[in-house]
Design a protein around this ligand. Structure first.
Ligand code: MN
Length: 383
């Protein structure tokens, strides 16, 4: 026996034992079955896509009739109808699970449509919203500055800062009359008396005043005294307050809540936008594990908000950092990243301030700060 014959016999025996031909045959039917599966997968894909189209059509009709998109009774009827026709091999529970997923995802397509429809979204309005504050355009690409004391304490205190603001050719003055404080034992603001002081100073110096309102009950009265209503971080999701300021025709500065996501922030703005579209979003730092600063300035929120919405974005460098030494670098960062404005607190004598004594600038520091930040603004504008 030659070597070649020997190997030929071995191969024949092996084929006999392993069943080479059968393997070949079952391979062929396996391929056919796989082809069938591929084709069935495509059929299922076509069917669920067709189903999604019909669900979208129903969604459009429902939104015209302003009925709710999710209808649990109808969903239960559909599931019962499917299960009635289930002949296996899957159990009813499995079939129900599969179809519930399909239902849920179809509803998700409707939800996406709804998100696109947010009044504040860039999808809804492509051009930037520019807000007129007593003749000052806010959001037109030329960054504005808002300065003033944390809280209104007296006429002289506010007038001193107003004089310094006016000398710089600026027009926007801030000051708190109602102060939502962490402790109920801390200074709560002068209330209506504070608004009266702001109005008097605004008239005397021809400035526009921005002040925080904390209660829906105070809104109606406050609009007679101030030019811009501020909603503070602690009230970002005070929905009744948001709806009430939405009923006014005053511009609103909405501050981001200290633990609010950008999505929650945008949805809070939407509450106001349903009645009043003049909204300025204010990034004021978020709470993180970092303790070197009072909050963590989320600088990337600025371009995100500008991409997602058409509203102007303001950066509060005082409350985000809580540190005087960081006011200038963070203000420059805000301008460089495209903020429409920078806000900071100024007090004639910060050491005796009734609130935020640690972080307000005195008038000399204010002069230096403004000179540098304005120089930076003009330098970057030329780029
Ligand atoms: Mn403050």
């Amino acid at each position: 026996m030659t070597k070649e014959t020997f190997f030929a016999i071995i191969v024949l025996i092996m084929k006999k034992f392993i069943g080479g031909d059968e393997i070949k045959m079952s391979n062929t039917s396996m391929d056919q079955l796989r082809e069938q599966l591929d084709s069935l997968n495509l059929d299922i894909l076509k069917l669920i896509s067709k189903r999604a189209e019909i669900v979208q059509q129903i969604g459009e009709i429902k939104s015209k009739q302003s009925t709710r998109r999710f209808d649990p009774v109808r969903e239960r009827d559909m599931l019962n109808y499917i299960i009635e026709h289930n002949e296996g091999p899957f159990s009813d529970a499995v079939i129900e699970h599969i179809f519930k997923e399909i239902f849920k995802l179809s509803l998700g397509i409707q939800e996406d449509d709804k998100k696109k429809a947010l009044l504040v979204s860039r999808d809804r309005k492509e051009t930037d919203t520019v807000i007129d504050i007593k003749g000052v355009p806010f959001g037109n690409g030329d960054a504005q500055f808002i300065f003033g004391p944390c809280a209104v304490e007296s006429y002289d205190q506010v007038a001193n800062v107003a004089k310094s603001v006016k000398e710089k050719g600026l027009k926007l003055l801030r000051g708190g009359a109602y102060k939502p404080r962490t402790s109920p034992y801390d200074f709560q603001g002068l209330g209506l008396e504070g608004l009266e002081i702001l109005k008097r100073v605004a008239d005397e110096y021809d400035l526009a005043v921005i002040s925080e309102i904390v209660s829906p009950a105070d809104v109606e009265q406050a609009v007679d005294y101030i030019d811009v209503i501020q909603i503070g971080a602690r009230n970002m999701q005070n929905f009744e307050l948001l709806k009430t300021v939405g009923e006014t025709n005053k511009p609103v500065i909405l501050k981001r809540g200290m633990s609010a996501t950008i999505s929650e922030f945008i949805h809070a703005a939407e509450y106001i936008a349903r009645g009043n579209g003049d909204i300025i979003l204010c990034e004021r730092g978020i709470r993180t594990y970092e303790t070197a600063t009072r909050n963590t300035l989320d600088i990337s929120a600025v371009p995100i908000l500008k991409q997602e919405t058409h509203l102007p974005v303001l950066v509060d460098v005082t409350h985000s950092t809580g540190r005087r030494d960081l006011l200038l670098p963070t203000a420059k960062a805000a301008l460089a990243i495209g903020a429409d404005g920078v806000m900071a607190e100024v007090h004639p004598d910060p050491a005796v301030a009734l609130s935020d004594a640690q972080q307000q600038m005195d008038l000399d520091m204010f002069d230096e700060f403004y000179a540098e930040v304005n120089e930076f603004k003009n330098a970057t504008k030329q780029l």
